[in-house]
Ligand binder design. Structure first.
Ligand code: SF4
Length: 373
């Protein structure tokens, strides 16, 4: 049987030094633990670090974050992706202040009732911040447990069994340290490829290491191909060079974010004649060469881009101020694509090379590249 003492002893020697982690002997701050856990959903530790530092510098506690506007939060979140997390983060901060007087509840059941906190996050916060006994089971922990016990059943059917096995491992004492130790083991030793079994405190009791099949686990059912959707984005500039933006509805994909207007995204490609009927202005639209490709969790997207000069209702932004808006990565790609294509058209530079040069919208603006004349 894997021994929690061996893992905790390893953790005491090799724990990662993370910005949200309290030093040994210091009580963890639930606000920092919660913030890091929300940011780490779907994102790596290396990416989250600078975002976490910026958030806690700007909003040092839950009350400060609750008092911020959603726009401010979305702006600081830009680049972390999965923007529903940012909206839930903000809603959760307000709920903790309004329902719990600004103090995080200690039990995972009460934590789960807050916006954006699911089973894993509730268990992680309860364990790390309050030392509550419970298994916080994410992908890393599933991988470690599948290997330890040699579970051959493929994902996702194996999840309930892995959760039960992980729960049984949690010791009575130091549940928070154990949760973090398991996370660190999955992140630094029991890697998806080439696990470093010789350094593992559980090597002697690991079924996968004994059979030499660690890399084959966990077993996964074949993933179906993500469907492809099509849309057309409208790069509308005013005579002063400002670009038309609009705000997406609060609910749904990229909810509350600012976007460059586009048609709905659907399975069938759009003809230009059909697309201009959904355009924000009745003007002469010109198709730009190439397409913008982007991958979402459940589908892939290809956007054609039409450009034109005119006026319409919406948010008008100078190109060099696009960075002030909560533009998701997809919309940044559209902006860069349009700027590069228009620069190519104006200066005779191949569009591909303009795009590859990686000029930011502001750099392109300095060359006058955004102006369609
Ligand atoms: S011995 Fe190897 S496969 Fe087993 S838990 Fe440790 S690192 Fe993972």
């Amino acid at each position: 049987m894997p021994d929690s003492t061996a893992l905790l002893a390893w953790y005491d020697r090799h724990r990662r030094n993370l910005p949200w982690r309290a030093p040994p002997g210091i009580h963890p701050d639930p606000y920092r633990i919660w913030l890091s856990e929300i940011m780490l959903q779907q994102t790596t530790v290396a990416t989250v670090g600078p975002y976490f530092d910026r958030f806690v510098a700007r909003w040092p506690d839950i009350s400060a974050l609750a008092a911020a506007s959603l726009d401010e939060v979305l702006r600081l979140w830009q680049g972390l992706g999965y923007y529903a997390r940012a909206r839930n983060l903000h809603a959760c901060a307000r709920a903790v202040v309004e329902r719990h007087g600004g103090v995080f509840p200690r039990e995972s059941g009460a934590l789960r009732a807050l916006p954006g906190i699911g089973d894993y996050t509730a268990a992680a916060i309860a364990a790390i911040a309050f030392d509550r006994r419970g298994a916080a089971v994410d992908g890393n922990v599933e991988r470690v447990v599948a290997r330890l016990y040699g579970v051959q059943e493929p994902f996702p059917a194996a999840k309930p069994r892995l959760r039960a096995l992980a729960s049984a491992l949690v010791p009575e004492q130091r549940a928070g340290d154990f949760a973090q130790a398991l996370m660190d083991l999955g992140a630094t030793i029991c890697l998806p490829r080439r696990p470093r079994c010789v350094l593992c405190p559980w090597r002697a009791c690991c079924a996968a290491a004994a059979s030499g099949r660690a890399e084959d686990l966990p077993a996964r059912a074949a993933k179906p191909e993500r469907p492809l959707r099509h849309g057309v984005a409208f790069w509308l500039t005013r005579s002063d060079g400002a670009v038309l933006l609009r705000r997406r509805p609060e609910r749904g994909l990229l909810g509350g974010m600012t976007e460059i207007p586009s048609t709905p995204w659907r399975a069938a490609p759009w003809s230009i004649a059909e697309a201009v009927r959904a355009a924000p202005a009745s003007i002469a639209w010109s198709p730009l060469p190439g397409t913008v490709r982007h991958g979402f969790t459940h589908f892939r997207l290809e956007l054609a881009v039409l450009a034109g000069i005119g006026s319409a209702d919406g948010i008008w932004s100078p190109v060099e101020r696009l960075g002030d808006h909560a533009l998701p990565t997809l919309m940044k790609k559209v902006a860069w694509h349009a700027i590069a294509a228009l620069a190519a058209e104006r200066y005779g530079e191949p569009a591909a090379s303009a795009a590859k040069s990686g000029r930011s919208p502001s750099a392109a603006r300095r060359t006058g590249a955004n102006e369609r004349r």
